[in-house]
Ligand binder design. Structure first.
Ligand code: TLP
Length: 340
């Protein structure tokens, strides 16, 4: 089976398993786990921030960030297809009593400065006020689109001009940075916080980082505890995370493989495939007469896995457990599945 459902499916390599076994640990809730402390310092360095916080998942990182930036009842400006609003169980409402004002970020999932200004509501007797703008890079639902740093800057500056802080869901911000050939810290220059995942293309078994200034991270640390994310001898899982930080440049291979996969899938009758910018390939199945679910069921039978993203959109994701040969084989299997 060639598993292209997500870059979350990767398994830790020997170096990561050894790092976990040999990790120096302490009680991280007391701030005494040296491995976690090192990971937080290195992650902050990578993102160009003062500090960072280790969290169990990207979802928790986003939700802790949202909670830390806002006050009960405020509005959050969010790109309407973004993960934080679409795939986190309505966490902003459930966990932080916030209301979302969605913005349509178009084909590339990035709101314009005008949209940010128009979406803003000032607090008064009747209106709750806008507490936060969230952005996402790379944009998952839009097919791993790598938003340019200047576009992030423009939306963030518009928010800052009206006193609204900005959180970047950078689950795959390292992919976006590699695609633009800039250091990850360039992507975060003008945002107030960023979450990025160690457990996606970087290959760690678990964990994400939430980075920002020291004052933000201290408050986020309390909210992580509130949400049940205070871990103890977390160095065991943080150690593979340190290894994962070495894998940023390697993401370029995933991008090349995604391009190779897309080119081959595009040759198949009825499939409409978008040119990938990072490691995510979206294939529109409408021309095959199959829904994404039906198409993926046929793929699975032929030995390839993907996930449905919409009625007629299937997603395939490349990652470090698949190489060029695997993606070529995957494309052949998909072609065979549709021929059958
Ligand atoms: N995304 C998963 C699914 O939930 C869709 C995937 O397979 O792509 N932000 C973004 C942009 C994400 O894509 C994800 C995970 C998260 C946040 C949440 O990260 P985790 O899964 O660690 O909670």
């Amino acid at each position: 089976m060639i598993d292209l459902r997500s870059d979350t499916v990767t398994r830790p390599d020997e170096a990561m398993r050894e790092a976990a076994r040999d990790a120096e640990v302490g009680d991280d809730v007391y701030g005494e786990d040296p491995t976690v402390n090192e990971l937080e310092a290195r992650a902050a360095d990578l993102m160009g921030t003062e500090a960072a916080l280790y969290v169990p998942s990207g979802t928790m990182g986003n939700q802790v960030a949202v909670r830390t930036h806002t006050e009960r009842g405020q509005e959050v400006l969010t790109e309407r297809e973004s993960h934080v609003v679409k795939w986190e169980l309505g966490g902003m409402a459930q966990l932080s009593t916030l209301q979302v004002r969605p913005l349509d970020g178009g084909e590339r999932g990035i709101p314009t400065p005008e949209q940010v200004r128009e979406g803003y509501v000032e607090e008064d007797l009747h209106r709750p006020g806008t507490g936060l703008l969230t952005l996402e890079n790379s944009h998952n639902s839009k097919g791993g689109v790598a938003i340019a740093p200047e576009e992030i800057d423009a939306a963030a500056e518009a928010a800052h001009d009206i006193g609204v802080p900005v959180h970047l869901d950078g689950a795959r911000v390292c992919n976006a940075a590699v695609a633009h050939d800039v250091p990850p810290a360039r992507m975060t220059e003008n945002v107030d916080s960023v979450m990025f995942c160690l457990s996606k293309g970087l290959g760690a078994p678990v964990g994400s980082m939430l980075a920002g200034d020291e004052e933000f991270v201290e408050r986020a640390r309390r909210n992580r505890k509130l949400f049940g994310g205070g871990m103890r001898q977390a160095g065991i899982v943080a150690a593979p995370g340190l290894e994962a930080l070495e894998n940023v440049d390697r993401l370029a291979e995933d991008h090349d493989n995604a391009r190779a996969l897309a080119e081959r899938l595009a040759e198949i009758d009825g499939l409409d495939v978008r040119d990938p910018e990072t490691n995510i390939v979206l294939a529109d199945t409408e021309g095959t007469g199959l829904t994404a679910e039906e198409f993926l069921a046929a793929c699975e039978e032929a030995g390839v896995r993907g996930v449905p993203f919409d009625t007629h959109v299937a997603r395939f994701c490349t990652h470090w457990d698949v190489d060029r040969e695997d993606v070529e084989t995957a494309a052949e299997r998909v072609a065979d599945a549709l021929d059958a």
